[in-house]
Design a protein around this ligand. Sequence first.
Ligand code: URA
Length: 189
Amino acid sequence: MNHDFSALKSACETCTGCPLHETRNHVVFGVGNPDAELLFIGEAPGENEDLQGEPFVGRAGQLLDLYLNGIGLDRKENIYIANILKCRPPKNRDPKPEETKACLPWLRELVKIMRPKIIVCVGRISAQVIISPEFRVTKEHGVFFERNGTLLMGTFHPAALLRDPRRKGDAFEDFLKLQDKIKELGIRI
Ligand code: URA
C-alpha cells in the first residue's frame, strides 16, 4: 500500500482537530482500494460506522453496495469510500461548518495522493461541499462537472432513498451513467 496513504490514515486516526473527537468511538477514515481511480464521498459516520470504524455499514450502506454491485463495483476492490467528516456528529446531526472546515484537509490530502479520475458525491451535503454550495440534488444528480481534470458527480444519499424510495430509479440511473463514463474514459476498475 502507498506509504503516503498509510501515513495520512494513521495521522488522521489520532486527530483532535474539532470537538467531535471527544465523543467518537472510531475515526472513520475510509474503506476500499486507495489505488482506485474512483472516489466516493459521503457525509459523516453514523452510529454503526462509529462503532465499526468503516463507512456505510448500516442500512444505507447496504443500499449503496447494491448500486455499486449493480454496475460491477465492489467497495473493497475498485473504489475508495470516505466521508466529509471522519467522526460521528452526535445524533447524526448535519455537520457544522467549522467541523467541515477542520476535517476537509484530510480529504484534500487523500485526493492529492489518490488523484481519482471521478469523484462521486453521495448525497446533498457532500455535493454542496465538494461541487458547489448551490448544488441541488433533485436537479443536478447524475451530471458530471469537470474540475482540474477530475470529474465530479452528485447523487442521492441512500438514507434519503430509504426515506423516499420513489427516487431509487433515478439514483440507479446515476450509477448507470457512471458505468458509461467509466467505459468511455477507460477508467481502471
Ligand atoms: N452516511 C454517510 O454519509 N456516511 C456513512 O459512512 C454512513 C452513512
